[in-house]
Write a protein that binds this ligand. Structure first.
Ligand code: ATP
Ligand code: MG
Length: 257
């Protein structure tokens, strides 16, 4: 597997807190990379930096050979980099279908002028969008609630919808911040299944969580973050056996559900 994303020497400080400290890791083309670590380890900050929400103080981020350090989120989305948020961020007053359309809009739509002039390419894009959404509804298991407003859905469905909005942009790299947090066992299994199928479809993923069992079952490799820096990287087997990881992290793990 060749490298898709490379993070080198990345640091970010907030006042007295060194949230990320000289962090190095890479995501290989076609892999699911887990990032795990206790509360405050810097997991969300790492995603914020890579997705362009914040700029690293130092260090570099390279996507398929291109330096994308500090690039704005909308430009990164056009390069196929999307992310989800730790809290659900679906449009509550909109239907499931409309939410997915918003997610798709960012990359499939060919631009303002085509829409303005009503050209064939805009109509083709509309058709493509609706096809993508139809496929996604099935893919996510949300077909039956397509016309329901997001606010009327159980939390687990809202979480899956948030994931679907990111996938609607047809990403190369999707970064998911705690996609199973707050979900029941069955809901988390469904999310894991959607993630696996998305990966099998050619999307590389970063999955952030603090549940070692969830991450171990899902990911090809795991980066363990501790105080903003990489403590260990390897296969799930390797990291769960690493004495440094057991000391720093597994000893304190609570709910392995
Ligand atoms: N915007 C910000 N301003 C100030 N401090 C921040 C900001 N974002 C994060 N931090 C601090 O940086 C550190 C890392 O936070 P981060 O949210 O990245 O951790 P996390 O690993 O995602 O934790 P959790 O598991 O609780 O989601 C924490 O000490 C946090 O308080
Ligand atoms: Mg977080």
């Amino acid at each position: 597997m060749s490298g898709l994303l490379e993070v080198r020497g990345m640091s970010k400080r907030f006042g007295a807190v060194q949230a990320i400290e000289r962090l190095d890791f890479e995501v290989k083309q076609g892999e699911i990379l887990g990032i795990i670590g206790p509360n405050g380890a810097g997991k969300t900050t790492a995603i914020n930096l890579i997705s362009g929400v914040m700029r690293p103080d130092v260090g570099s981020i390279t996507l398929a050979g291109e330096d994308v350090t500090g690039m704005r989120p909308d430009r990164l989305v056009r390069r196929g980099v999307v992310r989800t948020f730790q809290a659900t961020t679906v449009y509550q007053e909109r239907t499931v279908r409309e939410n997915l359309r918003r997610g798709a809009f960012t990359t499939i739509y060919p631009g303002f002028w085509a829409a303005f002039l009503g050209t064939g390419s805009a109509r083709a894009a509309d058709r493509r969008t609706e096809t993508t959404i139809g496929e996604l509804l099935t893919w996510l298991g949300l077909g039956e609630v397509a016309e329901a407003e997001a606010r009327n859905l159980p939390y687990g469905y809202q979480k899956v919808l948030g994931l679907g909005m990111a996938l609607a942009a047809r990403p190369r790299l999707a970064m998911l911040d705690e996609p199973a947090a707050g979900l029941s066992h069955d809901e988390a299994a469904h999310v894991a299944d959607v993630i696996r199928r998305t990966n099998a479809d050619g999307v590389s993923l970063i999955v952030v969580d603090h549940n070692m069992r969830f991450i171990s079952r899902l990911c090809h490799r795991i980066v363990v973050l501790h105080h903003g820096t990489e403590l260990a990287t390897g296969t799930p087997q390797d990291v769960t056996r690493d004495p440094r990881v057991v000391d720093a992290y597994l000893g304190t793990v609570h709910d392995p559900a």
